[in-house]
Every structure is written in C-alpha cells, then in structure tokens.
Design a protein around this ligand. Sequence first.
Ligand code: BGC
Length: 424
Amino acid sequence: MKALAVLKAVAVVLLGWAALALPGWAQTPAQPVDVLHWLTSASERRAANQLSAILAANGVQWRDAAIPGGGGMAAVKVLKSRVLMGDSPDVAQLIGTTLTEWADVGLVLPLNAVASRQRWAQTLFPTVMDLVSYNGMVIAAPLGIHRINTLLYNRRLFARIGLPPPTTWAEFEVVVRKLTALGIQPLAWSDEPWQIATVFEAVLLSDAGPALYRELIVQRKSSAWMDPRVERALVRLRWLRNINGETPREQAWTDAARELLVGKVAMMVMGDWAKGELMAWGASPSKDFGCVVLPGTENTHLYSIDTLAMLANGHHREATQEKVAELVSSTPAQLAYNRIKGSVPVQRDIDVASLDSCARDSWASFADPRTARVPSLAHRMAADESIKDAVAQTLWRYLTDPRMEPVEAQRRLAAVIRAPTAER
Ligand code: BGC
C-alpha cells in the first residue's frame, strides 16, 4: 500500500499534473475562474499553486485574487464587500458558518451532482460532510482538515534541555523553568486577536474538556462561561502570554514560526498550518521540529476545515465551477495540496502513508471513533464572524489590561456568546 502511494507520488512528479487530467477536459480551451482566498504565506501560496496547476492541466485557468492576512481577517471583509457590490468571485475560500448563511440566501452554487458522482457521503469523514451540507444541499468543496490543538517544538532546544516535549501542564512548567534558566524564550507569542483566540480555544479545550467545550462553543450556553474551568483557562492564557519575560507584541504567525525555526523560542501553539510553513522553509518534522498535542488535549481533535465555495454570480461558469469542486476533492489533489498546506485529506478511505508524521497522527486521530472532534471558534467552525471577532476582542482586552480579573473576562465572554437559536 505504502509502495503504491510512493509510486503514485513519483508518477505525479515525473509526468506533471497532466497525469491527473480527467478524460476530455484537457483538450477544451482553458475556462477562467476568479478565486478569492487568503493563502498567501510561503506554504499557503505553494498549496494554492498546486491546486492551480491541477486545474490548468484540466483546462481551468485559476485567476488569482489573494488577500493577505492571517486567519483570513482581511479576505473575508473584501469578499463580503465584493458580494454586496454584485461582484462575487467564482470561487471563494469561504468557511464555516458564513458558508451556511450565504447558502441560505442563495449565494452559493449547490454541488450535489459533484458530490454524488464522487460519492462524498461515503468517502468523506462524516464531520466534513456535515459541514458542507445544508438543507439537503452540498454547499462547498472541502480542501483539508487543520488541527488547532497542536504544540510545535524546536528539537535542537529540547535536546539541549534533555527533556521530551511536555504531555502535562506540570511537565510544561518544568520545561519552561529549564528553558528560562538557559536564557531561551519558551513560547512564540503574538497579540493579534485571532492568534490569541486560537491559543485560547486550545487551552480552553485542555482545561474544560470536550463536553464543557461543546457547551461553551457549540451550544454557546452563556451560563457555562462562569464555570471555574473557564477561569483556569483564562489564568493559564495570561501565564502563557507572560512566560517569555518580554512585553508581548503583535506579530504575523509566520514571524512567530520563524522564531521557532531559528531557535529564538522553543515552542509554539498554533494550527498545523505552521507546520506546513516550517516545511516550506525546508525544515523537517523528524529532524528540526516536532509536533504533539497541547497538554490535556489527548484524544481530542480541535479542527478547522478549509473549504472552497462556488458562488452564484451570473457569470454562467457553473460547469467550470463544478469541475473545480471535482478536481480539488479528488484523491491526488487532496494528497498533493495537504502535503504542502500542513492539513490532512478530508477523505476517510485515503492512504496517508506518504504524508509526514504530524499529518498521519492528525488524520488517524480525526478518523478514530474514540476521538472527541470539536470545532474551532477562532476559525469560524462554530459561530459567525461577529461572535468570533467579539470573543477575540474580549480576550485581547483581558490580556492587555492586567487589571481585568478573569471573572470579569468570563462575564464579558458570556455576554458576547449568543446561543445559536437566539440568533435567528
Ligand atoms: C485557515 C488556514 C490558514 C490560517 C492562517 C486559517 O483560518 O483555515 O488555512 O493557513 O488561517 O492564515
């Protein structure tokens, strides 16, 4: 099985993407599609280029509308204004709840025909299939599954302190003490609100456990936010922010990952797109860095699933848009894209032997029926843009105002989290 996967990968490299051309499609003149996305870091760009090459080999021209900005903060705003002005792109990196809202008002092209041709109901993970389904419609093509509860570490620095990566918070504290004694900063940090929210939700999952996490984030029960386990997560978040002994600042996630690579910091809590970035810079997950789950989050998978939606915009490109959906969800595209992006394929019947060890762990964990799979709030899987932003702003305020007690942050979080039913 493994040999076959390697052989396929080699064939793809040797023969180029033309090898993946679906019958009949390569011969017709190239059909353009405008694609709006935020895949702009080194690894993200390469992953997007990979998709664009696969489309080109199949007669589809990817016209790029990339909007830089980690977490898609700027891209989503541009996309919304383009849609309001009647200038929707053909394809958009549209994820999570915004996707369902837009499908609800007819802005998204249903992909039921593609889904049934490719047997998505049988081949995709049920969590992924649920995410792209709404009122009997299939509303997006899934690209890959990211894991947010990821702790990346610099192997050279851990060899220096002679300790394995921490599996409990007690071990984490020992690691921090040893690193600090050697003058090494323990943790990459950025005060960008979306990055704070990303770290927070992983810590929250650790301190609250999956059942309470679901009450807080999925059912959005305001009262649950006053639970002492939330307070513990907030206290830990503040501690993590301050362990470097420097005044924390805002920096792009790529700059934080660079600090990990060059050994300025020893650890980083971030979605596994940071692993993709390290690999794009030539680092190896077996030699230079490693990845484990954040302490206290074993047997859980905090996920963010990237999807491409085909927008209804009067360009009469429906056939090409369907082709895009079909191509990006095909097995070779899934393997080629996710290998670069840092995420894992959305299919449950795929051979992941050719992926790196972090990816294999993430995929196996997502596939394991005993794993608690919980959606990311910071990456739009659980609530809309306005709730996500309000939570991130509240956390930012709490961290940047040392006088704010955790209980006050809990009260504010309880207020900005509205239950799904109360929204309608
Ligand atoms: C997306 C990832 C992306 C990351 C950083 C997340 O919201 O799901 O694909 O790499 O933001 O920009």
